[in-house]
Design a protein. Structure first.
Length: 225
């Protein structure tokens, strides 16, 4: 490679690296002053989309799941966690926060956007469950194929498809996903699923064992009576 070509290559590489770094930084949200263990209300930082909470809104026991919709481990854990949350819904608050691992799961962020778009029409948890329960159907699809599949899910719930399709690419939903992930990064989440019970990270030996998870919930409920 001659000197001129090398200079061009070097400049191009630096430019691309700068763009990548800029893109990475642009997706981060400043959550330095945010209490990550509290239920998040709607704000400019999260696209004015409040936290999605399932269960008793008056409970002092909060179970937070940082999850990736395309993560096989999350998909496997989903039915068991769903059953436990359903059993405890009168005594706890359950929160799902988006933590798409985009470097290894190409469709994860689109799946998060799908759930968030459904939330704007009052169908968040229905779509959340639908996406997990059909994970094998959409995980390996192309961009067009996955979009068509997610739109069909929206049709199943009777959503306004024009609004749904528009919301999928909205800045509001991008902000919500970036906000959730920034909360997870502050919590030092390194993989999915990651569970926090009233601010304490649960080891996989606990959340991965239904009996131990129920014991942890029971103990926390008893402490907060």
């Amino acid at each position: 490679m001659n000197k001129i070509k090398w200079i061009i290559f070097a400049v191009a590489s630096i430019t691309i690296l700068g763009l990548l770094i800029g893109f990475s930084r642009s997706s981060k949200v400043d959550v330095g002053s945010v209490d990550i263990n509290a239920i998040q209300v709607a704000s400019d930082k999260n696209g004015n989309i409040a936290e999605h909470v399932y269960g008793n809104p008056d409970s002092k026991v909060i179970l937070i799941n940082y999850g990736d919709f395309q993560c096989p481990g999350c998909g496997t854990a989903h039915p068991r966690i769903k059953a436990i949350v359903e059993e405890y819904k009168d005594r706890i608050q359950f929160v799902f926060r988006n933590f798409p691992l985009t470097a290894i799961h190409a469709n994860a962020k689109a799946a998060s956007a799908t759930a968030e778009a459904a939330s704007l029409q009052g169908k968040y948890w229905q779509m959340h469950d639908k996406i997990y329960e059909n994970q094998s159907e959409w995980s390996s699809l192309s961009i067009d194929e996955r979009t068509n599949t997610f739109v069909n899910y929206a049709k199943d719930f009777g959503l306004d498809i024009d609004k749904f399709s528009s919301d999928l690419a909205s800045e509001s939903i991008k902000s919500k996903i970036n906000y959730d992930k920034s909360l997870g990064e502050k919590a030092k989440v390194e993989g999915t699923p990651s569970f926090f019970l009233n601010g304490t990270k649960l080891e996989s030996t606990i959340w991965g064992d239904s009996t131990k998870l129920k014991e942890a919930l029971d103990n926390e409920i008893a402490k907060n009576l």
